[in-house]
Structure formats: structure tokens, C-alpha cells
Design a protein around this ligand. Structure first.
Ligand code: 5GP
Ligand code: ZN
Length: 117
């Protein structure tokens, strides 16, 4: 069922505390932690605690939770003292999605090219 924890999901395990992570922020509905393979000086993932497979299914199934995630990206940027940053949601393997639990990448701390690759 949408939103329910999935046994085979790494990020559900991280939310449950059975997989370690460097958590930088937590709210009632979200967790933010450092990416294990950072692509910028600041590379933090913000996830909903509930399981939705991508950003659009999150927005459809739980719009307030999608808003919580977006709000937390700004809080992360403030904590990291980033004036500029990029928020990315990869959707589909062709776009680089490897984990099927919605997550916002927050990237900053270096110049960010536009358009991105
Ligand atoms: P995606 O490629 O699905 O958009 O993003 C998944 C991200 O999760 C990647 O940037 C990857 O480095 C990160 N990641 C994968 N496994 C782990 C892990 O065990 N811990 C943490 N903190 N990040 C992970
Ligand atoms: Zn999950």
C-alpha cells in the first residue's frame, strides 16, 4: 500500500534505524542525511519517512508530505549556509534513479553548471 514501509527498500531501513546514516535533520515526517557518494561539498538527501517510489507519486499520494520534503531542502541549505543550491529528483533509471523511495538531492558548495548533464 502506498506510504507503507517496504522490506526491500534501503531508505525505509534507514528510516527504521536498521541501516546507518549521517543524519543532519529530522522532522516528524522527513529525514535528511549525507549522501554516501557526494557529488558536491554539500550533498544531502531529504526523504519522506513514508515510502513513495518517486517525487510524482509522493505528490499525488501525499501532497502535504511532498511540501514537507521541499520545505526541508531549504532548511538543509540554511543549516549548510548555502546561498545557492540545486534540488534534484531523479525519476526512472534513465535519469539515474537507483533507489525507489522518493528523495530530493540537495547539492551546493560549488559552482553548479546549467544546463546540468
Ligand atoms: P538516485 O540515484 O536514486 O537519484 O539517488 C540515490 C542516492 O543514494 C545516490 O546519490 C547514492 O550515492 C545514495 N546512496 C546509495 N546508498 C546509500 C547509503 O547506503 N547511504 C547513503 N547515505 N546514501 C546512499
Ligand atoms: Zn522506502
Amino acid at each position: 500500500m502506498a506510504g507503507e514501509p517496504q522490506d526491500d527498500c534501503l531508505f525505509c531501513k534507514l528510516v527504521a534505524g536498521t541501516v546507518p546514516a549521517t543524519i543532519v535533520r529530522e522532522s516528524d515526517t522527513t529525514v535528511a542525511f549525507r549522501d554516501i557518494n557526494p557529488q558536491a561539498p554539500t550533498h544531502i538527501l531529504v526523504i519522506p519517512k513514508a515510502h513513495y517510489e518517486n517525487a510524482a507519486s509522493l505528490a499525488t499520494g501525499a501532497p502535504e508530505l511532498a511540501a514537507d520534503v521541499l520545505r526541508e531542502t531549504q532548511a538543509v541549505a540554511d543549516d549548510e549556509k548555502l546561498e545557492s543550491y540545486r534540488t534534484i529528483f531523479n525519476t526512472g533509471s534513465g535519469a539515474g534513479q537507483t533507489i525507489w523511495h522518493a528523495h530530493a538531492h540537495v547539492l551546493g558548495g560549488r559552482g553548479l553548471e546549467w544546463p546540468p548533464g
